[in-house]
Design a protein around this ligand. Structure first.
Ligand code: TRP
Length: 374
């Protein structure tokens, strides 16, 4: 039997069984019908075709509304607790595709308050300055500066607080405890926080003075928050937000989730080519112990972190990806060569990204919510 796994907004451990998680959370699988429907709006993103964005809530009514001319607003976020790594970038890359494909506005929430409250060691100054650094990575992905606004919770609290208060009056401690697993030693800041993550789902309706649909593409670990959001929405006169959930981006060590607690298995957006080479060089693969054995028996791409990186982010061409898997299984390509190819792809991507990240410094000030100063 598979080892027990745990997925909460604050902790992801073990071997994640994504089907079981979907059942536990009560979300809906992305099926062929939904993929065919999405294909009407443009080329379906590889992350959808490949089952990385694999689960959802209410995508169909959202698209029905869109077809009737009722555009949704996109919402996603980041808790700034350290440097941005590829695992953070993956859902943002998808959000950018949605913005381009549907031509919609986007809200990006940076929860410096959350990370202050949930990370023992971080002070508010730390989390706010990391928010700025993380925002540069987000902007570098090419979000439309005219259609994208960045919320920083501690700066925008005057606009967020009235809505957060109205939400808080509708969420009992008993609900919060059941949804998030809080206990008697949980401090009260953590209990209140979830209201702030709900707010951007309602902001578009508050601003427009009518019911504006909202779509939140993000990691499935965030679902507990949005179950609460969806529960309180109708009573407050807001539409329930729709969700589009992805799996966690794997670590280079073979772990199910890339995490800053394992620095050597994590690729940061600011890494040098040398650092990338070293980290990929040490990655967990599906290879055999000796070259001879691997030539004979072949490798196993299913468990290989290097292959997963191609699958998740670095090889969007399905034919090339399948060819790589085949070659590996037949022992025609060895791990060293695969690692070199991936290193090259990541470094090409990062070189360009780091350039755009520098340029983002010129526009970040114009993309803040309500014009706060950065
Ligand atoms: N809680 C998220 C984190 O820890 C940050 C966040 C805020 C978020 N709002 C969001 C993530 C909306 C996804 C969608 O990183």
């Amino acid at each position: 039997m598979a080892e027990e796994f745990k997925v909460t907004p604050w902790e992801v451990t073990g071997d994640i069984d994504y089907d079981r998680l979907q059942q536990q959370f009560g979300t809906t699988p992305v099926d062929d019908a939904l993929i065919a429907r999405l294909a009407k709006y443009g080329d379906v993103h590889p992350m959808v075709r490949r089952g990385i964005f694999y689960s959802h809530r209410d995508m169909v009514p959202l698209l029905d509304q869109y077809d009737k001319g009722n555009r949704f607003v996109l919402y996603t976020g980041r808790g700034p607790s350290g440097n941005t790594h590829l695992g953070h970038m993956m859902p943002w890359i998808f959000n950018k595709w949605v913005q381009d494909t549907f031509g919609v506005e986007m809200l990006f929430q940076m929860t410096d308050d959350e990370k202050f409250l949930f990370k023992e060691k971080l002070d508010l100054e730390d989390t706010s300055s990391m928010a700025y650094e993380n925002a540069l990575d987000f902007i570098a992905l090419g979000f439309d500066p005219k259609k994208t606004r960045i919320i920083l919770n501690t700066k925008n609290i005057d606009k967020l607080y009235p809505i957060a208060l109205r939400i808080s009056k509708r969420v009992t401690f008993s609900t919060a405890r059941a949804v998030f697993g809080f206990d008697d030693s949980t401090h009260i800041g953590q209990i209140f926080y979830t209201t702030l993550q709900s707010v951007p789902a309602f902001l578009p309706s508050v601003e427009a003075g009518r019911q504006v649909p909202v779509l939140i593409p993000c990691g499935i670990d965030q679902d507990p928050h949005f179950r609460v959001t969806r529960d309180v929405a109708p009573g407050m006169g807001f539409p329930k937000p729709s969700l589009f959930y992805c799996k966690m981006f794997p670590g280079l060590s073979g772990a199910d989730k890339m995490s800053s607690s394992d620095e050597n298995a994590t690729i940061y957006t600011t890494d040098t080519p040398k650092a990338v080479k070293k980290k990929v060089g040490r990655a967990f693969t599906g290879g055999c112990v000796s070259v001879e054995e691997q030539r004979q028996k072949g490798g196993n791409p299913e468990v290989c972190a290097v292959f997963k990186y191609n699958y998740y982010l670095f090889e969007s061409d399905d034919a090339k990806l399948n060819e790589l898997a085949e070659k590996c299984r037949k022992g025609e390509i060895l791990c060293g060569e695969c690692k070199m190819c991936l290193t090259e792809k990541i470094n090409v991507f990062l070189e360009e990204h780091q350039d755009k990240r520098e340029k983002a410094k010129d526009v970040v000030g114009s993309m803040t919510y309500d014009g706060f100063e950065w």
